[in-house]
Every structure is written in structure tokens, then in C-alpha cells.
Ligand binder design. Structure first.
Ligand SMILES: Cc1ncc(C[n+]2csc(CCOP(=O)(O)OP(=O)(O)O)c2C)c(N)n1
Ligand SMILES: [Mg+2]
Length: 629
């Protein structure tokens, strides 16, 4: 028997000592799983986790400005690293903890690993209610941290120091699992964080978590190959899983051998280069006519690493061929079975490899390939047209996107999340490599953009990072400009000001509601001016450029397209986070190209415009399909 050696550490010290020894390995490449810990201290974590981080500076501490933003940084970092690395995030008890709730939901929805360590109320309870404690009359075994339960893939509360011994390995299994990953949350009672325990030495040994490339069931694979051979109009939908699995080269090989064209989801854009002849670009509600036309008549849809969000399926109206069938390649059985598909539960790369081996000599009909290539070309011309609109007096968003695309290094990474930008970018951004297009569109969370951009830059410091953000998202969270200055990571922020919510304004108009509540203007006689008020409104005295300057950013203000082009060049010479500020037109929009999004409309209304919109909606809604055959 070997002697059990121990280390007497506080729970918080043991936690950090454990985290710094966790490694991950895929395809023989090994790296530490955590890049460090973001945190904002308060009484709920300063003496526990704070002390531990201070004592172990080799596990780097980063100061955030807002707990939600810290989690966004971690999620963006993890997305950039294909989920092979992330940050831990520590908060105080109460509001610091609940600020992380939005970040947790975002991470879990996007299937991105983040480890959240909110402080929690005293386990010993005698001094309750402590500052910031939510009291419950029916139980003492609850705190605000229970609100993380439904949005975490693993949730626990560490009420005794030795519970770490079983909780942390479970959290690591979830975080490093491609099919289960998301937020892992450990509530850390502030007293327990500081309590010492004799931890076994073995707990702190280097541990390497292997990420498997699971292979699908052989019978299902053979069935898939025969279905593909039978199909006349197959279409691939490439989702985020293609990129996370590093299966993009294999996808290209698969496409070239079989001639099957590809539409891309928000997370999957970049799977196939924009200029590949069989790339149809974006699919779904914000898709291109190229992808949406082929989707409509497809008899076989091969979904790879997609969770089929309503944007991808045009709210289940995208596939109208009565005999359409689905084959889904996904690490998660949950996603693989969607649309009652033939499920290929496995890693995208090895599954595509094995499937391709079963398809020797198979190729789509030449006429179908030609149709796809023609649509590709027509779409490329449409993008060119949009890039060359020169709208005055205020430029259009499409031409500004074009300028960023064309004047950024091809190796750059563009980051966005909410507003009218994601739809426009999904359509017209020309993705030149798998990481060129970073959209957080699982949660489409306003406020992700700047924090996310910092996370991307930290993960890929050798790449230029362009954050494209609207005035609404900017106002919601711009705080991490300060963190980017503090940590000397240069992020280029392109701030498009259209005095309000262009996206929801357009949505509101499409619902017959005339832009209600979406402009940044003063109320008039207690009423909200809608779009009908035109310029007859009093605008708000907000100066976003001055705001950015006050946070330490270098700011370049532009008025015209020419100013904007010049700014994109100047910004290359600036050594710190910069903001290119420009106003753009609220009404000049990129069209919808045969996609649809189900947003329900009031069934009864005193507004005729709403009644009209409702009638149109009813027609579209009947096209939603169940895929039960
Ligand atoms: C946190 C959050 N709140 C609300 C929304 C709903 N929403 C989506 S886009 C949008 C407006 C965004 O405004 P802005 O950033 O200026 O972009 P624009 O629409 O003007 O392009 C709103 C309110 C959201 N996505 N996220
Ligand atoms: Mg706006």
C-alpha cells in the first residue's frame, strides 16, 4: 500500500490548484484547459477564491468590469479555440453572481465551455441573512445561484470542502465533452471557500482530458450512403460542429467528390470558403437565394453539426419537397435525431471521412451541379452590387460591411452578435477562413460584441479582430474597452450608429407596428414617436464617440464612406483598442432572399396594418412542416 499523501488547503486553494493542472488533448495535441480566471471581487469571494488566486499567480487572474462580460469573454475565447480552452469566472455573492446568468445561458445555448464560480451564501447559516442574500420562507437551502440550474450543463453547490473531490472531475467531464459542453456552475459558499481540508495529493496531479472523435454506428452509416446515392437533389447544411471538429478541409473534399452544394448556418459560416463554386452561402431566414432555392426542393438534407435553429430552417418552412429526408451528423444524439433524421452520432471529421469512403464513384447529376454553380455566381454578383451601393447622405450598412471585409486582412476575425448586422453579415460577409466570421447567434445577446471581441483577441492575438456593433448593443455593454486597454489587447470596434434599433424597427414595420419603441428620441407629449414622425423628432444628446474616448479607446469619427475607408487604413497604425464611429441609414436595408422567420402577430387588433400583417403571417405559417414522414 502506498502512503496517502495530503495537502492541507482551503477549499478555494484546492479548487485553483486543481484547475491549473487540467489539460485537454485532441489528435495528440495537448494544452492546459484553462487560460486563467476572470473575476470581480466582493465579500463573497475575496477571502476565498481571491486569496487562492493571489497565492497562485501562475494561474493568471484577469480583472473584468462586468460579470456578464467576463463570461462573454470566456465564451468567445472558447469558441475561437474550438472549445479546447476557456476561462474560469469568479464572482461575489448576489448581484455579481446573477450578472453571470445571461453569460451562462449564452454559453450553454451556443455549446461553449465556461466554468462559473459564483460566491454563495454561508453554509453554516448562523449569520443569515448576509448582505445580498435572497431569503426564502420555505427553505434555507436555496440562493440566487439556483437560478443557474436550468442554464448550466452541470450545477453544484460545494457545502463541504471534500465535495470538490467528486464535483470537479464531473465538471471537467462535462466541460471537455463536445456533446455535453456549456456552462458548468459551482456555487461556492463564502465560508466554505476559506475552510481547510486534507486533500489527497493525487487530486492535484496533471490530468489530461482526451476529446474523442467518436464514430457513428456502421449500419446507420451504410444506410446513409445508400440514401445519398438514391437522392437527386441533396444539400449539405454546415453548422458550427464542422468548424469545432476542424472538419472544414474534409467537408471541401466531400463536396468536391460528391458535388453536393453547401448552405451555412450562423455558427457554420466559414465552413467552406465563400468563393468555392459549390458554396451557396448563408441558409435560412437570413440566407441567400442560392441556398434557400436549393433547400426548398432538396430531397435529402445532410445536416452537419447543426442544431436546426429557426433561423436555419426559416421556421420550418425552408424544406418544401414532400419527400425530403434528413441525415444528421452530430456529436450530440439530441441534435442528430432532429427532424426524425437518420442519425449519424459522431464527430463531423471522422464521420465525413467514413461516409466518403462508402460513396466511391458517386456524384450528383451534372445538371444539378451546374444549377448550384450558377446560383453561386448569381449570389456573388448580388454581394458585389450591395458592396458597391453608395448611399447618401448616410451610407448603407451593406457598403460598410463590404469595406470592412475588403480592407481587413484575410486572416482577420470579425465579431458580432445582435441587431441588424448579423442578418446582413450572414448574407454578404465573404468568409475567407473558418474563423473569419464569429457570430454569437445562439443567444443573439446585445452586449456580447465588445467583450466577445476581447475574448477572440486573447485567443488569437496574431489576428486582427474587428467588432461590428450597433449603437444599441454598444450602449448596453461597452465596459470591456477598459479591460482591453488594461490587458493591452487591441480590438478594432466598428460602431454603426443609426439612432436606435434598426433591426427591431424593421421587424416592427413588417408586423404593421411602424417602428414603435425603436428610435432613440424624446417622447412627445408622453407618446412614442414612430417612424411616421420622420425627422420631426427631438434626438437624444448622446455622443458615443466621446464615450468611447473616455474609456481610453482611440476614436476615429467618420461621416462619409470615403472617411470610413480612410479610417480602416489609419486604424492599422494605432497600437490600442480603437473605435471607428460612423452614422448609417436606418431604412436602407439588405433584402430578405426567400427566407422567413416566424414572429407571431396579434390575432385581433384595432390597427389595420397589424390585421394585414397577420393575414400574411397566417399564409406563411401553414407552410411550417413537421418532418414526421
Ligand atoms: C440583451 C438583448 N436585449 C434585447 C434584444 C432584442 N434586440 C435584438 S436586436 C435589438 C436592437 C439592437 O440595436 P443596435 O445594436 O443599435 O443594432 P441595429 O438593430 O440598430 O442594427 C434588440 C433590442 C437582444 N437581442 N438582446
Ligand atoms: Mg442601432
Amino acid at each position: 500500500m502506498t502512503e496517502r499523501t495530503i495537502q492541507r488547503l482551503t477549499m478555494a486553494q484546492a479548487l485553483i490548484a486543481f484547475l491549473k493542472n487540467q489539460y485537454i488533448e485532441r489528435d495528440g495535441q495537448e494544452q492546459p484547459f484553462f487560460a486563467g480566471c476572470f473575476g470581480i471581487f466582493g465579500h463573497g469571494n475575496i477571502a476565498g477564491i481571491g486569496q487562492a488566486l493571489q497565492q497562485m499567480p501562475e494561474f493568471r487572474y484577469y480583472q473584468g468590469r462586468n460579470e456578464q462580460a467576463m463570461v462573454h469573454i470566456a465564451a468567445a475565447y472558447a469558441k475561437t479555440k474550438n472549445r479546447l480552452q476557456t476561462f474560469a469566472c469568479t464572482s461575489s455573492v448576489g448581484p455579481g453572481a446573477t450578472n453571470m446568468v445571461t453569460g451562462a445561458a449564452l454559453a450553454t445555448i451556443n455549446r461553449l465551455p465556461v466554468l462559473l464560480l459564483p460566491g454563495d451564501i454561508f453554509a453554516r447559516r448562523n449569520v443569515a441573512p448576509v448582505l445580498q442574500q435572497l431569503e426564502s420562507e420555505h427553505t434555507q437551502d436555496i440562493s440566487v445561484n439556483n437560478s443557474f440550474e436550468p442554464i448550466s450543463r452541470y450545477w453544484d453547490r460545494i457545502t463541504r470542502p471534500e465535495q470538490l473531490l467528486t464535483s470537479l472531475p464531473t465538471a471537467m467531464r462535462v466541460l471537455t465533452s463536445p456533446s455535453e459542453t456549456g456552462a458548468a456552475t459551482l456555487g461556492l459558499p463564502e465560508d466554505v471557500q476559506t475552510e481547510a481540508y486534507d486533500y489527497p495529493d493525487a487530486f492535484f496531479r496533471k490530468r489530461v482530458w482526451h476529446v474523442p472523435r467518436n464514430r457513428p454506428d456502421r449500419q446507420a452509416l451504410e444506410q446513409a450512403a445508400s440514401w445519398i446515392r438514391e437522392s437527386k437533389r441533396p444539400l449539405i447544411i454546415a453548422g458550427g460542429g464542422v468548424i469545432y471538429a476542424e472538419a472544414t478541409e474534409l467537408l471541401q473534399r466531400f463536396v468536391e467528390q460528391t458535388g453536393i452544394p453547401v448552405g451555412e448556418t450562423m455558427a457554420g459560416k466559414g465552413s467552406l470558403r465563400y468563393d468555392h463554386p459549390l458554396s451557396l452561402g448563408a441558409i435560412g431566414a437570413t440566407g441567400t437565394f442560392a441556398a434557400n432555392r436549393l433547400a426548398k426542393d432538396a430531397d435529402m438534407v445532410i445536416g452537419i453539426g447543426t442544431r436546426y435553429s429557426d433561423f436555419t430552417t426559416s421556421s420550418k418552412t425552408a424544406f418544401q419537397n414532400p419527400s425530403v429526408r434528413f441525415i444528421n451528423i452530430n456529436v450530440a444524439a439530441f441534435d442528430a435525431y432532429k427532424h426524425l433524421a437518420l442519425p449519424l452520432v459522431g464527430d463531423a471529421k471522422v464521420t465525413l471521412e467514413e461516409l466518403l469512403d462508402l460513396l466511391p464513384g458517386y456524384s450528383v447529376d451534372a445538371s444539378y451541379r451546374t444549377q448550384a454553380e450558377q446560383l453561386h455566381n448569381e449570389w456573388d454578383n448580388e454581394v458585389e452590387r450591395i458592396y458597391n451601393v453608395r448611399h447618401t447622405p448616410l451610407p448603407s450598412q451593406g457598403e460598410l460591411i463590404g469595406a470592412v471585409n475588403e480592407l481587413s486582412e484575410p486572416s482577420a476575425i470579425m465579431v458580432c452578435a445582435a441587431g441588424s448586422l448579423p442578418g446582413d453579415l450572414h448574407k454578404v460577409w465573404r468568409a475567407r477562413h473558418p474563423k473569419n466570421y464569429h457570430l454569437e447567434y445562439g443567444y443573439s445577446c446585445m452586449g456580447y460584441e465588445i467583450a466577445g471581441g476581447l475574448g477572440v483577441k486573447m485567443a488569437a492575438p496574431e489576428h486582427d479582430v474587428y467588432v461590428m456593433v450597433g449603437d444599441g448593443s454598444y450602449l448596453m455593454m461597452n465596459s470591456e474597452i477598459v479591460t482591453s486597454i488594461q490587458e493591452r489587447y487591441k480590438v478594432i470596434i466598428v460602431l454603426l450608429d443609426n439612432s436606435g434599433f434598426k433591426s427591431i424597427g424593421a421587424l416592427s414595420r413588417s408586423l404593421g407596428q411602424d417602428g414603435f419603441g425603436t428610435r432613440y428620441v424624446y417622447p412627445q407629449q408622453g407618446q412614442w414617436p414612430t417612424d411616421a414622425a420622420g425627422d420631426d423628432v427631438q434626438t437624444l444628446p448622446v455622443d458615443l464617440a466621446a464615450n468611447a474616448r473616455s474609456l481610453g479607446a482611440h476614436v476615429i469619427e467618420c461621416e462619409t464612406y470615403a472617411d470610413f475607408v480612410a479610417a480602416l487604413e489609419t486604424v492599422q497604425t494605432i497600437d490600442r483598442t480603437s473605435v471607428i464611429y460612423i452614422r448609417n441609414d436606418r431604412y436602407q436595408a439588405i433584402a430578405s432572399y426567400e427566407g422567413w422567420w416566424d414572429v407571431p402577430i396579434a390575432e385581433v387588433s384595432t390597427m389595420p396594418s397589424v390585421q394585414e400583417a397577420r393575414a400574411e403571417w397566417v399564409t406563411m405559417q401553414t407552410q411550417e412542416r413537421d418532418f414526421l414522414e
